[in-house]
Design a protein around this ligand. Structure first.
Ligand SMILES: Cc1cc2nc3c(=O)[nH]c(=O)nc-3n(C[C@H](O)[C@H](O)[C@H](O)COP(=O)(O)OP(=O)(O)OC[C@H]3O[C@@H](n4cnc5c(N)ncnc54)[C@H](O)[C@@H]3O)c2cc1C
Length: 373
């Protein structure tokens, strides 16, 4: 009788982006042996708005991840720009956000994963999963648990047979950096007819500019003249990074676990980038998954996963409705500009400082303002 090979590690994570590394750190805190493999090598860059909301920073801190202010540039809240002269902003009720360049965030996470004792295999793409084994270029590993953290276009999701969507819609995004001192202490969102541009201060002399639209080829330079205020701010700024594009999806899977396999981060579903909540979700998934793995029960993760995305999804739907319907957008922006309190409440909902019941009440208030504006 052939003897079954013992597990090589407790947890094998496919993908060493923010979700994979955060899951590794959280699982190590539960005393599990962890290996992370990524096809790339650090620091890994990725098109991103690079804004960490206060709830993202709190979620990271809860699993012991430290993101010091010196890693980026703080912002106190969000500012919406609508029609010319139409502007509203509010501060977060639960601390400042932080703009952090993506390679810098990755470097921080890699260093803290190493400190936590996570084994990391870089330039090591995973090519498949079969019979409980993870296939690497140079052999295979048999882990107790397998985690798919390989991003929105996850192949691990397909290998595990979890590629069934309950809902999926997508938009296109392009991001670019400009060397200029941030003119704002907020993350700014400029609302246009068929796109949004959002600006995140990421250093004392740099901002990240991300354009999101339903048109794949629409890029920042194509639309800048539609936003004269922003165009003016960027007029003399030197472009400091290559323009990079990505798909941003609002997507929900039917299931995120199967047997000893679980999906986390964007691989497990996502919310539109305009929410700035992707990283927060990754950190929350990581914490929840580590608890479930330590309990030896993935059904805990399966049942709590949809609850984590409830609030960001509601905000994503609200913003996508504003994107889709010009009348709603105009009315919402004029209602919010007329009532800073409503915008403050909306922002508090957005970053999880208001409970679901208060969120519903806030939604009604906004609805009332929409009808009467
Ligand atoms: C334009 C844009 C703007 C955004 N702005 C923000 C924002 O401002 N704030 C915010 O919080 N979120 C934002 N997000 C969302 C955020 O970027 C994602 O939620 C986050 O990157 C998810 O992390 P992840 O680790 O799940 O996936 P990823 O960051 O995609 O990492 C996946 C990793 O898996 C690796 N990999 C893939 N396949 C394999 C394989 N077969 N074997 C081994 N490794 C593999 C990849 O190399 C990669 O390193 C934005 C997203 C977009 C597209």
């Amino acid at each position: 009788m052939s003897k079954r090979r013992a597990f090589d590690t407790d947890v094998f994570i496919i993908g060493g982006g923010p979700a994979g590394l955060a899951a590794g750190i959280a699982a190590r805190r539960q005393g599990l042996r962890v290996t992370v493999a990524d096809g790339n090598k650090p620091p890994i860059d990725k098109p991103c708005g690079e804004g960490l909301m206060p709830d993202s920073l709190h979620a990271a801190a809860e699993i012991g991840i430290r993101i010091p202010e010196s890693a980026g540039h703080p912002f106190r809240g969000i500012r919406f720009h609508g029609e010319p002269g139409q502007m509203v902003d509010a501060s977060f009720p639960n601390g400042a956000g932080l703009g952090v360049r993506r390679p810098m965030l990755h470097e921080l996470l890699v260093a803290q994963a190493a400190e936590a004792g996570v084994e990391m295999l870089w330039s090591t793409p995973v090519s498949g999963i079969s019979h409980g084994q993870v296939e690497l270029g140079n052999g295979s590993i048999r882990p107790r648990w397998i985690v798919g953290a390989d991003g929105g276009t996850s192949r691990a999701r397909r290998w595990a047979g979890l590629d069934t969507w309950a809902h999926r819609s997508q938009r296109w995004a392009w991001r670019q950096h400009f060397q200029v001192a941030p003119w704002t202490d907020c993350m700014e969102i400029y609302w246009g007819a068929d796109c949004q541009i959002y600006v995140t201060p990421v250093a004392a002399d740099e901002v990240c500019v991300a354009l999101i639209s339903r048109h794949q080829l629409l890029k920042v330079p194509d639309v800048l003249s539609r936003f004269p205020l922003l165009e003016e701010h960027l007029r003399d700024a030197v472009v400091s990074s290559r323009e990079r594009g990505a798909i941003t999806a609002t997507a929900r899977l039917r299931r995120v676990t199967k047997g000893n396999f679980a999906l986390i981060g964007d691989a497990s579903g996502s919310v539109d980038a305009i929410t700035g909540e992707g990283l927060c979700l990754s950190f929350r998934h990581a914490a929840l998954l580590a608890t479930s793995l330590a309990a030896g029960d993935l059904s805990l993760y399966e049942s709590a996963h949809p609850k984590l995305v409830l609030r960001p999804r509601m905000m994503a739907e609200l913003m996508l409705t504003m994107d889709r319907w010009p009348l709603v957008r105009r009315r919402a922006l004029s209602a919010l500009s007329a009532s800073t309190t409503t915008f403050e409440r909306m922002l508090a909902m957005h970053v999880g400082a208001l409970g679901l019941r208060e969120m519903a009440a806030g939604g009604l208030t906004l609805g009332w303002h929409l009808l009467t504006s």
